[in-house]
Design a protein around this ligand. Structure first.
Ligand code: GTB
Length: 217
């Protein structure tokens, strides 16, 4: 049976690869796992059939027979554990890669998303100026630490791993705002991820959906 991923039918990012199905697609491509995509509208995401798969009415979800997953991190971890290539075989290396996955999702991503939402939705609010500085500091602190830790290495722990995939996916979404300009090694790290053929296949696949649905070239 071919696993099925869900993704936006009408991608609000217009095919820029910023939605969280991108990281699952990238993992599937890295691991050479064929997959199908079921596109869902915003309305369908809030209907019972989708809520049974994703309690918060979001994408992505992953179905492979009895295995039904939500949360992009859980999906990538499941794939990396079931297929060789993105987690080291030794327990220590495997644990480090998984730690970086959690760091991406728990430490780096939340303040970046908070900053993105604030810049998009709160510019005209009376508290914007007071809050913006704090939010900026909270978003940059983990980036500075990550930048120092990565140094001039290609990947976080030797070979490319699921930890790198998740970290790069998180940084990829933030880079459009210019926040990575202050961390050239992180910008280069993201570019290395983007250059991977699996990333490009995943990116093209989600862009093709946007083009087909919107009719835009
Ligand atoms: N923690 C969950 C996970 O990692 O899987 C979060 C999933 C999530 O936020 N999904 C979003 C969603 O379904 C899409 S990715 N939102 C619909 C809803 O909540 O009703 C977030 C996202 C959305 C849009 C852009 N964009 O336009 O640039 C980027 C990222």
């Amino acid at each position: 049976m071919t696993p099925i991923l869900t993704a936006f039918k009408a991608a609000p990012d217009r095919g820029r690869g910023l939605a969280r199905d991108m990281r699952a697609r990238w993992a599937l491509e890295e691991l050479g796992v064929p997959y199908e995509v079921r596109l869902v509208t915003f309305a369908e995401m809030k209907e019972a059939a989708h809520l049974a798969l994703q309690p918060f009415g979001q994408i992505p979800t992953y179905e492979d027979g009895e295995v039904v997953l939500f949360e992009s991190g859980a999906i990538v971890l499941h794939l990396a554990e079931r297929h060789e290539g993105m987690l080291p075989k030794d327990a220590a290396g495997r644990g480090r890669a998984i730690s970086w996955m959690f760091a991406a999702l728990n430490t780096v991503e939340p303040p970046l998303v908070e900053r993105e939402i604030m810049l998009r939705e709160e510019r005209d609010k009376p508290w914007f100026e007071a809050r913006a500085g704090q939010v900026e500091v909270r978003a940059r602190r983990p980036l500075g630490e990550l930048s120092r830790r990565l140094g001039d290495a290609d990947w976080l722990e030797g070979d490319f791993s699921a930890g790198d995939l998740m970290m790069i996916a998180v940084l990829f979404r933030a880079r459009g705002s210019g926040i990575l300009d202050a961390y050239p090694n992180l910008a280069a790290y993201v570019a290395r991820g983007q250059a991977r053929p699996a990333f490009q296949r995943a990116f093209e696949a989600q862009l093709a959906v946007f083009r087909a649905v919107s009719g835009e070239a």
